[in-house]
Design a protein around this ligand. Structure first.
Ligand code: ADP
Length: 266
């Protein structure tokens, strides 16, 4: 698995470096260095959870030193969490590969923001367990967008809000219409993001907070790719009370258009 993804990244970067070659030889050397740095970072990101899963399952399988019920449960829980983390890494790498290959197909239609938020929340319910999630989304708010892709943006932002804020602290989701765009915000009570990093966090593989629970630094790059493919913009600001507010825009659809489209389809 690791080799497959190392291969995907290497070939994506290979294409980049070939294009660079024509333009600038110096850039090619820098790209080579970047590739080595990224490969070693991605390899590390895979090895750590794989090591934990292997260690936990070996302990469970070891008949000579049987474990009691509560240790068994703990080991299974750890293996499960790390396996989920690995699958998120795989998802991010695949999404990124698609974005870079220009293979992102955006199928827009007038969709209810309230429903999109509801289904993103349902899909992150495991991770949000125990959190007070406050939503403030008008029920008649519609945007022209692709449901699977916008859900992916919301899921990435919600996952980050849980990863980077204290367990049990509240998360807020708000949406409002502003002229011909819809603005959606996801806020948390974590450390926030210093203004100096506010642009950089959207760059590929860029991470401010290394360590526990983090991914490879692709989640926000994927969000930006998806939002821009819809003609919107994405950004982050720190809240005065502490924490980060990520905000993005989508083209607004008139409140009447949902009925029209459904009417035509039926
Ligand atoms: P990662 O996979 O590391 O979470 P992302 O692209 O999603 O990558 O985020 C990039 C970096 O931005 C993260 O490593 C983290 O340092 C920072 N970040 C993202 N979301 C938040 C947040 N809600 N609060 C504070 N920092 C955040």
């Amino acid at each position: 698995l690791l080799e497959t993804f190392a291969g995907i990244i290497a070939s994506a970067l290979e294409r980049t470096s070939l294009a660079d070659e024509a333009r600038d030889a110096r850039l090619r050397v820098e790209t080579e260095q970047l590739r080595n740095a990224l490969l070693s970072s991605v390899s590390h990101d895979f090895r750590t959870p794989l090591g934990v899963v292997t260690g936990a399952t070996s302990a469970l399988l070891d008949e000579e030193t049987p474990v009691d019920d509560s240790t068994r449960r703990e080991l299974l829980q750890t293996a499960h969490e790390e396996a989920l983390r690995l699958s998120r890494l795989v998802r991010d790498l695949l999404d990124m590969t698609r974005l870079e290959a220009g293979a992102l197909k955006v199928k827009t239609g007038p969709l209810s923001i309230e429903e999109l938020v509801g289904s993103a929340l349902a899909r992150t319910s495991d991770r949000l367990a125990g959190r007070d999630v406050r939503t403030n989304v008008p029920e008649d708010l519609l945007a022209f967008c692709d449901s699977a892709l916008v859900e992916q943006v919301l899921i990435n932002l919600l996952e980050n809000a849980t990863k980077y804020s204290p367990p049990g602290s509240p998360i807020e989701i708000a949406a409002k219409a502003e002229g011909d765009v819809v603005t959606i915000e996801v806020s948390d009570r974590g450390p926030g993001i210093e203004a100096a990093y506010a642009e950089r966090v959207f760059e590929k593989f860029y991470r401010v907070h290394e360590g526990e629970g983090g991914g490879v630094g692709l989640g926000l790059t994927i969000c930006r790719g998806i939002v821009e493919a819809h003609g919107g913009t994405i950004g982050v600001r720190s809240r005065s009370a502490g924490g980060a507010t990520f905000h993005f825009t989508l083209p607004r659809a008139p409140a009447s258009s949902l009925g029209e489209v459904q009417g035509k389809a039926s």
